[in-house]
Ligand binder design. Structure first.
Ligand SMILES: Nc1ncnc2c1ncn2[C@@H]1O[C@H](COP(=O)(O)OP(=O)(O)O)[C@@H](O)[C@H]1O
Ligand SMILES: [Mg+2]
Length: 512
């Protein structure tokens, strides 16, 4: 007899159905798993054997073959333990044969029969719900799975014994509740920043339209400080974005306690990060920082210190909003629509732009050019705003004018974003919520400048040798400036300001 248990394999953030087939037959004593599993799947045999013994269920001294179908799809991870164990238990009659019908199962086993948390419970629950299945998952993943739908049946046992008791009716498991992380208090606020009016304005624009921002300035000017305050002015995730973001974090095993949050992700990897850590991939397919920053912010501090190869790996996801990772015999795609914020010093010594400073090794300009050359032109071209952040003046530090709070800025940002969402909904682009994410064709329509704005754009495009990408990015930025203004059409002032933020080859702003 063959027992079948439904489980899943992850491809990107999608959970593909996998069938665990367990057959117990007479023959030599044997327990084997086939079906293109990785090392974790092969080792699952030992965990299943130990967990069953610890739960008072010895494996029968017969031939047990487990097949993971379809056999040509690679299976990675430890979540096959539970479906394999339940398949064996059903085959030996420890649980009713029909108990598992209509359930998708995933979970890792400990040697003592406890069921340990696994990555990907949320996408698995979404897939199970789509098939009309319920879900059996570890207790620790239950509250995350419960987000998939309010009427999907979820069993989240802490051990094999609990599940046996549930099926026998001795102790019925209750449905886990969806958990939301309490809003974090003590988020850094823009109020702490003295002076830096220009940089604050750029931060507000970047937040309003989801634009990529590059800050260039001497050490201690407050660049890192500014970037860390960006989350405080970004609007919360919409329900649709919340689900997408949580799916990525679930697959990465990064949903702490199975709790979801509507705060936008803010990822700040160190500059020693490898290509695999940034973009994704590695030994087992995992989303990288670009995907963990989906619908949020990826902050790269000290940009020129990153491995040039890792930085150039960012170019494709910036354009397409997703990242494709080639594996041995297949390809996985993770969403990666993030806003890139970067900070850099003007040169290695850091002070080249300060008045009166002379580099000891070479002329200032050469020192700066050498440092900026670590960034490729195509990467620089992908920043919509490049600004100079000068050192804070002593006057600003000692007797500062009162700074605006994040809450006030967040209100203007939210109003500008509401305008964008309404516009792109009306255009039949419901997946687009910011100007930065709008396709080029839509931008040409919604950001067409009126009258003399067009002439300014034509002249500037020639003089600054704007690439086609640079041209579209300028239009998008101008559209955001108009949205912040509450203006219907993009005017000459908006274009002029947008052009002033275009990056030059050396990383500085065009007009700076
Ligand atoms: N504009 C500012 N207002 C208040 N404090 C500032 C400002 N700029 C810098 N500082 C102080 O200097 C420290 C270093 O700033 P930081 O953001 O790390 O500089 P950068 O990243 O530009 O090198 C901050 O922790 C803060 O104490
Ligand atoms: Mg810094």
């Amino acid at each position: 007899m063959v027992v079948r248990v439904a489980t899943v394999a992850f491809e990107g953030i999608e959970a593909k159905p996998v069938d665990v087939q367990v057959q117990i037959s007479s023959g030599n004593v044997f327990f084997g798993v086939v079906g293109l599993g990785d090392k974790a799947v092969a080792e699952s045999r030992e965990r299943v054997r130990a967990a069953l013994t610890a739960s008072g269920l010895a494996l029968p001294a017969r031939r047990i073959v487990v097949n993971l179908a379809p056999a040509d799809m690679p299976k990675e991870g430890s979540h096959y333990d539970l479906p394999i164990a339940l398949g064996v238990m059903a085959a030996i009659g420890a649980i009713p044969a029909d108990a598992l019908a209509g359930f998708t199962v995933l979970g890792e086993l400990a040697l003592d029969g406890a069921i340990a948390a696994v990555a990907g419970a949320l996408p698995a629950a979404v897939a199970a719900n789509a098939r009309g299945h319920g879900l059996i998952c570890p207790a620790a993943s239950g509250s995350e799975a419960a987000w998939a739908s309010s009427d999907i049946e979820i069993l989240a046992p802490a051990s094999l014994i609990q599940l046996v008791n549930h099926f026998s009716g001795a102790q019925v498991l209750s449905r886990p509740r969806p958990a939301m992380r309490a809003p974090a208090s003590g988020v850094p606020d823009l109020r702490d920043i003295k002076g830096q009016e220009g940089a604050r304005r750029a931060l507000e624009i970047a937040a309003a339209g989801g634009h990529n921002l590059l800050m260039n300035g001497p050490p201690g000017a407050g660049k890192s400080m500014l970037a860390q305050r960006l989350p405080s002015i970004l609007p919360p995730l919409s329900p649709r974005e919340l689900l997408e973001v949580s799916m990525v974090h679930s697959v990465a095993g990064a949903l702490a306690g199975g709790e979801l949050t509507d705060r936008r992700p803010f990822r700040a990897p160190h500059h020693s990060a490898s290509m695999a850590a940034l973009v994704g991939g590695g030994v087992s397919a995992r989303p990288g920082e670009v995907s963990l920053a989906h619908h949020g912010v990826l902050f790269l501090d000290e940009l020129p210190e990153f491995h040039p190869q890792a930085l150039d790996g960012l170019r494709q996801p910036i354009e397409t909003g997703e990242v494709a990772i080639a594996r041995a015999n297949h390809r996985v795609v993770y969403p990666a629509r993030f806003q890139l914020v970067a900070a850099m010093n003007p040169c290695r010594c850091g002070h080249a732009t300060e008045p009166g400073y002379a580099c000891k090794r070479q002329p200032n300009a050469r020192c700066m050019a050498q440092y900026a050359a670590r960034l490729s032109g195509p990467l620089l071209d992908r920043f919509d705003l490049a600004i100079e952040v000068g050192a804070v003046t002593a006057a600003d530090l000692i007797a500062p004018a009162p700074s605006e709070e994040s809450a006030a800025v967040a209100e203007r940002v939210a109003a500008a974003r509401a305008r964008q969402r309404k516009r792109y909904d009306a255009l039949g682009l419901p997946g687009v919520s910011t100007n930065a994410a709008a396709p080029a064709s839509a931008v040409e329509e919604v950001a067409r400048p009126a009258g003399d704005g067009l002439r300014l754009l034509r002249e500037a495009a020639e003089r600054m040798r704007l690439s086609a990408r640079g041209y579209h990015r300028t239009l998008k930025l101008a559209r955001t400036l108009a949205d912040l203004d509450g203006a219907e059409a993009v005017a000459r002032v908006h274009l002029a300001e947008a052009l002033s933020y275009r990056p030059r080859e050396d990383g500085a702003a065009a007009a700076a």
